[in-house]
Design a protein around this ligand. Structure first.
Ligand SMILES: NC(=O)c1ccc[n+]([C@@H]2O[C@H](COP(=O)([O-])OP(=O)(O)OC[C@H]3O[C@@H](n4cnc5c(N)ncnc54)[C@H](O)[C@@H]3O)[C@@H](O)[C@H]2O)c1
Length: 260
């Protein structure tokens, strides 16, 4: 009988993942999908959202994995260090980091204030860099790890009312390449996922507007908004051994928006 080719597993059994901003929205879906794929999860969110983070952690435990809810503000280096310390006290090593926390302040470019700009760039870009640096210090020693940054289709295309957001996400796309190159010798893969619109607390107000929804759907060849599971599936793939040869890449989960 012919021997079957060994396919690398799309599982992360027994690995430990940190997911930033995982009290709700895409982060929550990613935390649960990683748990389904076998990972224990450090669920993090802003100190004021800790109840949400705990609810996600409880759901991870219901799947049969271990979970820890930890407060984290990705704009504070001190908060990042404290979170990583707590995660390592509990799990000793971190195998996967998902930089998911992100915000948007929609305004026309002429209306954007300095605090608006700083807030969006601090969460979406500075936070991704310093969380990656903090977790990679230990991954470098162990010579293994997967980092996945949640960028956006707006990291590769522009749109009105999103000067700071698009700049931050384009920054994430290129930061992903730099970290992939620098950390490849340590067998750390760094990739990004670029979703189109997904219905979450971040976007629900936008899509309450039926005209906006209709116009958005017209731009997505597959004809529907993304689902949190669409994004979570891409993250699990990139975290798994099936993606061991992929690094520096941004996987667009955009229903074809950028294919026009
Ligand atoms: N929903 C979409 O349509 C969409 C599309 C493309 C990309 N994204 C990206 O996906 C990620 C998640 O988006 P979402 O739609 O789930 O948003 P969301 O607002 O529902 O969730 C974001 C989470 O991040 C947390 N957060 C915010 N600031 C933080 C900080 N300073 N420190 C730690 N946590 C913080 C929030 O408390 C929240 O739990 C973001 O990076 C976003 O830019 C979303």
């Amino acid at each position: 009988m012919k021997k079957k080719a060994a396919l690398p597993a799309m599982q992360v059994t027994g690995q430990v993942a940190i997911v930033t901003g995982s009290g709700r929205g895409l982060g929550k879906a990613i935390a649960l999908a990683l748990a389904e794929a076998g990972a224990h999860v450090v669920v993090t969110d802003l100190p004021g959202q800790l109840e949400d983070a705990q609810a996600t952690a409880d759901a991870v435990q219901e799947i049969g994995r271990q979970a820890l809810a930890v407060p984290l503000d990705v704009t504070s280096l001190q908060s990042i260090q404290r979170m990583v310390q707590k995660a390592r006290q509990r799990f000793s090593q971190i195998d996967i980091l998902v930089n998911n926390a992100g915000i948007n302040i929609r305004k026309m470019a002429l209306e954007v204030t300095e605090p608006d700009w700083d807030q969006v760039l601090d969460v979406n870009l500075k936070g991704v860099f310093f969380c990656s640096q903090a977790v990679a210090r230990e991954m470098v020693q162990r010579q293994a790890g997967k980092i996945i940054n949640i960028a956006s289709q707006y990291g590769v295309i522009g749109d009105e009312q999103r000067a700071a957001y698009c700049a931050s996400k384009a920054g994430v796309v290129n930061l992903t390449r730099v970290l992939a190159i620098e950390w490849a010798p340590y067998h750390i893969n760094v990739n990004a996922v670029g979703p189109t619109y997904v219905l979450t607390p971040l976007t629900e107000k936008l899509f309450a507007d039926r005209k906006y929804r209709r116009e958005t759907l017209r731009r997505i060849p597959l004809g529907r908004l993304g689902k949190p599971e669409d994004v979570a599936g891409a993250v699990v793939f990139l975290a798994s051994p099936a993606a061991d040869m992929i690094t520096g890449h941004t996987l667009l989960v955009d229903g074809g928006w950028t294919a026009w």
